[in-house]
Ligand binder design. Structure first.
Ligand code: PMP
Length: 291
């Protein structure tokens, strides 16, 4: 396996980050998780735009242009024979001293891994996932804003530990006001009275790329999408509920904290959106091989 590391491709065994890298020492950096379908990188431009916004928010200058990042992602896929898989693009603050000050770091570290993807088991898509509500709150937007896709995932990991200990894979995270923010690695939608609802970014939701695709698909299907504040009650009593994420795609939700949502099976709109989503992923994207 070849890994892109600071401007060149190196063997996996040589793809190493310094113990003085602030990405490792402090979780100081930003990243993207991107899918490749049929030799095309899905929504690459949107992922790179979000990466740039995340970097801007933490005052990190990415030492590569968008064109260079695009080419490096394509080359990572080509070199590793990845036509269907997952790209992890990471930009850390770089090597510095042991102090917190990010401006001691000489230059950001950029690495790109293109690999196969480990998917959720098929049963999750057939039967739906069971959620619990995490006791761990989503970061307050005035602390580390959840809109920043930073390398600092401990908030999500604490909630994920609760999920795993409760025997499931995902947890609903609430914000400090008690409204639904998102799950540990996915956005959440509910369907109520034929209207799709999903928490707004101000509630602590990442502006998910898959979330955005669902907005587009819903529009095409003539379904209204709104972004109100949602409580657990509104999730439990929804007609349908599903999660969205690059790795997960669209996952039906069967229950929240033991309350069955709808009839407990993937809903009609959820199933339709999954079908339409697959059509989109099969029909667009940045080709890894230039024509
Ligand atoms: N929220 C969080 C916390 C995530 O880590 C992710 C996955 N990147 C998402 C939502 C979904 O975003 P996307 O559809 O862009 O993968």
């Amino acid at each position: 396996m070849k890994i892109f590391m600071d401007g060149r491709f190196v063997d996996k065994a040589d793809a190493k980050v310094s113990v003085f890298d602030h990405g490792l020492l402090y979780g100081d950096g930003v990243f993207e998780g991107i899918r490749v379908y049929g030799g095309r990188i899905f929504r690459l431009e949107q992922h790179l735009a979000r990466l740039c916004d995340s970097a801007k928010a933490i005052m990190l200058t990415i030492p590569m242009s968008t064109d260079e990042l695009t080419e490096a992602c394509c080359e990572a896929c080509r070199l590793n024979g990845i036509r269907d898989g997952y790209i992890r693009l990471v930009v850390t603050r770089g090597v510095g001293n042991l102090g917190l000050n990010p401006f001691t770091c000489e230059r950001p570290t950029v690495f790109i891994i293109a690999d196969k993807i480990a998917l959720y088991p098929a049963v999750v898509y057939e039967k739906g996932i069971n959620l619990i509500t995490a006791a761990t709150q989503r970061n307050h937007p005035n602390a580390v804003n959840p809109a920043i896709k930073s390398m600092n995932y401990l908030n999500n990991i604490l909630a994920r530990i609760e999920a795993v200990k409760a025997g499931t894979e995902e947890a609903l995270m609430l914000n400090a006001e008690g409204f639904v923010a998102e799950c540990t690695g996915d956005n959440l939608f509910v369907l109520r009275d034929h209207v799709l609802q999903t928490p707004p970014p101000s509630a602590g939701a990442l502006l998910g790329i898959t979330r955005r695709v669902v907005f587009e698909l819903a529009k095409r299907l003539g379904v209204l999408v709104t972004e109100p504040n949602l409580t657990r009650y509104e999730v439990m009593t929804a007609d349908e509920c599903f999660l969205t994420g690059t790795a997960a795609e669209i996952v039906p939700v069967a229950s929240l904290d033991g309350r069955i949502i709808g009839n407990g099976k993937p809903g009609a709109l959820t199933s339709k959106l999954i079908e339409e989503f697959h059509k989109v992923t099969r029909s667009e994207g940045t080709p890894i091989i230039k024509k």
